[in-house]
Ligand binder design. Structure first.
Ligand code: FCB
Length: 452
């Protein structure tokens, strides 16, 4: 897309929320400072072979110390909202019980820093960094972790609830549970589908039960959950592939959306899961279906599936489409996928509001002799996804906000520092931040209103 037909801010409603998104473990560093406890991700990083570049996030972007300058950069860019997450082990180093005042004080400073700069704080309570002490008691496989999450939620929202008015309970239960307890590629590295499903169920119940706690401590707050969702196509028009698409969609998307919107777990998926389905106690489904104010959607890429008897319980496997544009991660670039996904969610579930809480891309970034990062591919990705977003807004989808992933290059989980997603380049040796061309453009786009 040439800058000529890229959307402008004026193409969107005036009250649209424009933000950037980050998470605690990926940027904060200060991994062993000021009383912070160990998280499952600290432990995972310490296990040989888990992180592709052998790195950890003990320092990461050192945002714990450098946050004022990061906030300044976000403000200069012109965003009006800032999504961050809170590190549970910084608040309750043992997961429950003793509260670490220094941890709370850090988020006080962070939130106050946002408010001083006119940035609306959007806090995610759980972006995957479970206290290791809780993992030792079973982690999300234990129902007791639900109670621990409620205790943590209560402590955090009592402290910050006067100033933070947007709360996201969980980020992407698919990733924290399925990738963490089934696929084994994320902390804590489990390898059982039944465990993934059980962890997921506990996470969803904890989401629902946390909502009244947040509402009580943060009057007038808006509360939601963020899911990673994918538009899915069948590899061919054969009846077999179309049936495989439905099965895969059941596990990938409907498994989360159906119970959150009061329909319980999808029957067809439950049947296919058989013994791997989670144990649901009376009241669980009601809790999961507790009304929220918005649905957070993270969109990165679409999927294509084919019928495959060897493809696990869903008897489906992903196919790599030939000749499509891909990011450095190999993820297909598909702005149309965003339109398809948003219109599908609207058609099938009609959430009151959708917030696009993450969208972004990784490519090989090069810091050139002119001191700049000319990330033409990321810039084009951003512009085309904003054009797609406008299409969805124009089609009547109630999407009210866009948060670019991410403000900064950061620790990309099992990929370590090999993947850069930032609008700002981070030189990890000096901790210098350099706005990439994409970040500079986002800033121009956001400041457009000033030029009227
Ligand atoms: C999402 C995660 C986020 C980041 C991006 C690239 O799944 O929520 O933390 O890693 O992917």
């Amino acid at each position: 897309m040439s800058a000529h037909n890229a959307p402008t801010r004026k193409d969107f409603p005036a009250d649209f929320r424009w933000g950037v998104s980050t998470s605690s473990f990926q940027i904060e560093g200060a991994g062993q400072e000021d009383g912070k406890g160990e998280s499952i991700w600290d432990r995972f990083c310490a296990e040989p072979g888990r992180i592709r570049d052998g790195s950890n996030a003990l320092v990461a972007c050192d945002h714990y110390h450098l946050f004022p300058q990061d906030m300044d950069m976000a403000k200069a860019m012109g965003v009006n909202a800032y999504r961050f997450s809170i590190a549970w082990p910084r608040i309750l180093p043992q997961g429950r019980g003793a509260v670490n005042e220094a941890g709370l004080a850090f988020y006080d400073r962070l939130v106050d820093g946002m408010l001083e700069r006119g940035l609306d704080p959007w806090a995610t309570l759980y972006h995957w960094d479970l206290p290791q002490a809780l993992q030792e008691q079973g982690g999300w496989l234990s129902r007791d972790t639900i109670a621990a999450f409620l205790e943590y939620t209560d402590v955090v929202t009592r402290r910050l609830g006067d100033r933070v008015k947007h709360w996201i309970t969980h980020n992407e239960p698919w990733c924290s549970c399925m990738m963490g307890y089934w696929e084994g590629v994320h902390a804590p590295g489990g390898k059982s589908l039944a465990d993934g499903m059980l962890a997921c169920h506990h996470v969803l119940v904890s989401h629902g039960q946390a909502i009244p706690v947040i509402r009580a401590n943060s009057p007038g707050a808006e509360v939601g959950i963020t899911l990673s969702l994918h538009p899915i196509k069948a590899a061919s028009s054969s009846a077999e592939d179309i049936a495989a698409l439905k099965r895969h969609d059941g596990l990938r998307n409907r498994w989360f959306l159906d119970p959150l919107f009061g329909r319980g777990y999808p029957e067809d998926t439950l049947k296919l899961l058989g013994d791997a389905a989670p144990k649901v106690l009376p009241g669980d489904l009601e809790a999961i279906a507790t009304a929220t104010d918005f649905l957070g959607v993270n969109y990165y890429f679409p999927e294509a599936v084919k019928d495959d008897p060897a493809g696990g319980l869903m008897r489906a496997s992903l196919v790599d489409k030939e000749g499509v544009e891909r990011t450095g991660f190999g993820w297909e670039v598909s702005p149309q996928g965003l339109v398809d996904l948003l219109t599908r969610i609207q058609r099938d579930y009609s959430p009151p509001v959708i917030q696009l809480t993450e969208n972004g891309s990784t490519f090989e970034d090069v810091l050139t002799a002119d001191g700049r990062v000319h990330d033409a591919e990321r810039l084009s990705y951003l512009q085309r996804h904003l054009a797609a977003l406008k299409q969805a807004v124009d089609a009547g989808v109630p999407v009210k906000g866009y948060f670019a992933w991410s403000l900064l290059d950061n620790f990309e989980w099992a990929e370590g520092y090999l993947r850069r997603f930032g609008l700002a380049y981070v030189d990890y040796a000096s901790q210098q931040r350099i706005l990439k061309d994409s970040g500079l453009w986002y800033g121009q786009f956001l400041n457009e209103k000033l030029k009227v």
